[in-house]
Design a protein around this ligand. Structure first.
Ligand code: GDP
Ligand code: CA
Length: 327
């Protein structure tokens, strides 16, 4: 069975680990979000690709969900001693090596997809991990920063990098708009459309619907390719009990006018894209609303408390895909 998964960071990676356990013989292609990528200290950092790679490759910091296990921060401390920032983005010593290798290869002319493949030679994630695009796409967030008080009512409206919004500001001000800068001109990376066209099923893990999966779908050709592939497309809700399980997805959902409920996220994807949707058992009351939108829906436990729980979620998603196929 050929499975294509569109993935962000933590939610995507933890689900993928479950999927590998649930379907060990499946051929899994992961299309990774690169809208969160950022240049820091002259290095290209791809947080979502790395979270998937480290999680599936056994190098992740389990408690945190991102970054390397057994990490130290000497390099960051030295940079801070020189007064060189930003200091709000946590890059550890082990993690730095990944970004150095990546940047070196990019500078030598390799596309990001080839670099990612090379990094995965070490980590052996057991899936084919492809960035959504080799072209630069950067998610920006329009915000109004609190006024310094100098002039009345003059909070400054500006667009900031997604990481600045998410990590530095911790989504503490409303997101007024989310813009995947460069997405319109970006082309899917080599292999992306081919994998979609050859897939038996497409899964949306419980990744952020706006800044993870939404950004991947914003690359021209990807959404169309999925809709036209004619295979079951099944998603799992990242919203449980009207709130994100972790993180601040409600803030970016609000920016695109979507309420933080499992049903609203399904409707946001829409029946033109999504055939099946899993909501958590606490949201069983929303099954009817999702089905009324033309999307087959089931309520099952959706908390990835451990690997077995994530594997069970993957089995439920594949079962729902089979139901869609034979309907
Ligand atoms: P990020 O790039 O690291 O933010 O990760 P993703 O976009 O892949 O996933 C983030 C989403 O995962 C958040 O909106 C969370 O609500 C969701 N999430 C995290 N853990 C769980 C879980 O155990 N169950 C469900 N259903 N969603 C989860
Ligand atoms: Ca991310």
């Amino acid at each position: 069975m050929r499975i294509v998964v569109l993935a962000g960071g933590i939610g995507g990676a933890r689900f993928l680990r479950g999927l590998k356990q649930a379907a060990p013989d499946a051929d899994v292609t992961v299309i990774g979000n690169t809208g969160d990528d950022i240049h820091l200290f002259g290095l290209k950092v791809c947080p979502d690709l790395d979270t998937v790679m480290y999680t599936l490759g056994g190098g992740i910091n389990e408690e945190q969900g991102w970054g390397r296990a057994d990490e130290t921060f000497h390099l960051k401390e030295e940079l801070t001693a020189y007064g060189v920032g930003p200091d709000w983005f946590g890059l550890g010593d082990r993690d730095f090596a990944t970004h150095i290798v990546r940047t070196q290869m990019l500078s030598a002319g390799y596309p990001l997809s080839a670099v990612t493949e090379a990094l995965c030679d070490r980590w052996k994630p057991g899936v084919r991990l492809i960035p959504m695009s080799d072209d630069r796409v950067e998610t920006h967030v329009a915000v109004t920063l609190p006024d310094s008080g100098a002039t009345p009512d003059s909070g400054e409206r500006k667009a900031i990098h997604f990481q600045e919004y998410w990590v530095r500001l911790r989504a503490s001000v409303p997101a007024e708009a989310i813009v995947p800068v460069g997405a319109e001109q970006a082309k899917p990376a080599p292999g992306v459309l081919e994998a979609i066209a050859e897939a038996d099923v497409v899964l949306f893990p419980p990744s952020n619907p706006v800044v993870s999966i939404g950004t991947i779908l914003a690359v021209p050709g990807i959404r169309e390719g999925i809709a036209e592939a004619g295979v079951p497309v099944v998603g799992l809700s990242p919203i449980v009990g009207d709130a994100p399980v972790r993180g601040m997805a409600d803030k970016v959902l609000a920016a695109v006018g979507v309420e933080s409920t499992a049903a609203a996220v399904a409707e946001h994807y829409g029946s033109g894209l999504l055939d099946g949707w899993l909501v958590d058992t606490v949201d069983a009351g929303s099954v009817e609303r999702v089905e009324a939108a033309g999307i087959r829906c089931r309520a099952v436990p959706l908390m990835m408390t451990d690997l077995d729980a994530a594997a069970q979620m993957a089995r439920e998603a594949l079962t729902l895909a089979e139901e869609v196929r034979s309907a």
